[in-house]
Design a protein around this ligand. Structure first.
Ligand code: PMP
Length: 383
């Protein structure tokens, strides 16, 4: 089985939280929350009007950009830190340092929660991400180390380097903890115990399809493992940007299809303006849910960018790149299933974190990516 015995035990033993046991961070909806943790989770599920009207389906987006650190990664960072505290690896207010390799969102979430709990954050990132993510990390007091984007087999790849930095730091009386979002099952668990139950309650289980991209795969696996056993008709669809190997993995059980050019172009890098989803290796967190994914859709940069412009024009919804990819794939799924179905996707972060890349017309023009959207153009012109 792909599941570790610890995880199987966890899944079998997990029951719904009663109000008394409810984690302290499930508090939105009450008048007062305690600290920044209290702002995490319980995000609304928003009906996206333009996409729903155009397809005849109900397309719902989970508004994860409303988390205090600006993305769903707040849930993951909090659970990884709590899990390390429960194991005695981290002790609040002992000045330990949390190390992480990230394209940004997880780093920002770790830095936010670390500050609130008395830890330091050391964030290793590839140097080709939108500038505002590094700036925000620095303002949050994190130590930021930028590296060239290279293959995972390179010892200086951002995840490998974060791991090594934690080990180097972890000498004498200093504690360095490598959070390891790609392999750490606390990532998957965060969505299994919070995002999944929230979506179930918000829809009363009336969902036909769940559509989302994967970076670590924690969101996809956590939601899939929670929702699929509870909703008989539910189908799971992966949304994958160009250059990512996950589409091939789902469709053909191989990362690199010999017949598909874009999947092989850069074997270790995902060649897209989209940040946060798409990857060319099989992570433990993706593996947890992979066998339950029904199908996959490819989304091009042109489609994602023009979708983001469409959602501002029609709905006043200003989203980041991975959310736009999810919305393109959600429309494809709506067309495949036909009118009357309920489709849930994730709105991972806001466009504010992408102003200098995905939302920069200059950047897109330099890279040959379409961003124009005529006033008369409809959804059919985009997807
Ligand atoms: N969207 C954004 C903006 C992200 O940063 C990430 C995580 N890298 C994802 C989506 C994908 O989430 P996951 O890691 O759970 O697959």
């Amino acid at each position: 089985s792909i599941l570790s015995s610890g995880l199987v035990y966890y899944l079998l033993s997990t029951k719904q939280h009663t109000p008394e046991e409810e984690p302290a961070y499930v508090h939105r909806g009450q008048l007062i929350v305690e600290g920044v943790d209290g702002l995490i989770g319980n995000t609304p599920l928003m009906k996206i009007r333009s996409l729903s009207e155009a397809t005849g389906c109900t397309i719902l987006g989970k508004a994860e950009f409303l988390n205090p650190g600006g993305s769903a990664k707040d849930r993951v960072a909090l659970n990884m830190i709590r899990s390390a505290e429960a194991k005695g690896i981290l002790q609040p207010h002992m000045g330990s340092t949390i190390f992480e390799g990230t394209v940004g969102s997880t780093g920002i979430s770790i830095a936010t929660i670390a500050r609130a709990r008395g830890y330091e954050a050391w964030i290793v990132m590839p140097d080709d991400q939108a500038k505002e993510k590094y700036q925000l990390l620095e303002k949050l007091g994190a130590h930021v180390e930028k590296v060239r984007p290279v293959s995972i087999i390179d010892k200086n790849q951002f995840v490998n380097l974060a791991n090594r930095r934690a080990h180097e730091f972890n000498t004498g009386d200093k504690v360095g903890y490598f959070a390891d979002q790609f392999e750490n099952e606390a990532n998957f668990e965060a969505h299994y115990t919070t995002t999944g139950p929230e979506i179930y309650q918000q829809t009363q289980g009336h969902i036909d399809a769940l559509v989302l991209g994967a970076g670590t795969g924690g969101t996809l696996s956590g939601l899939t493992r929670y929702l699929k056993p509870r909703i008989a008709q539910l189908k799971i669809f992966l949304a994958d940007p160009l250059g990512s190997g996950l589409y091939n993995k789902v469709k053909y059980n191989t990362m690199y299809s010999p017949t598909e050019k874009e999947g092989t172009r850069k074997r270790h890098q995902v060649d897209t303006v989209v940040e946060g989803i798409g990857i060319n290796r099989l992570t433990r967190n993706f593996d947890f849910g992979r066998d339950l994914v029904d199908d996959a859709y490819r989304v091009t940069d042109d489609e994602a960018v023009r979708m983001s412009r469409f959602l501002v024009r029609e709905d006043g919804l200003f989203l980041g790149s991975s959310s736009a990819v999810n919305c393109v794939a959600a429309v494809r799924v709506a067309r495949q299933l036909g009118p009357g179905h309920v489709i849930v996707t994730l709105l991972n972060d806001s466009g504010q974190r992408h102003l200098t890349k995905f939302w920069s017309d200059d950047y897109l023009e330099t890279h040959g990516i379409r961003h124009d959207l005529g006033p008369e153009e409809s959804l059919n012109d985009i997807v």
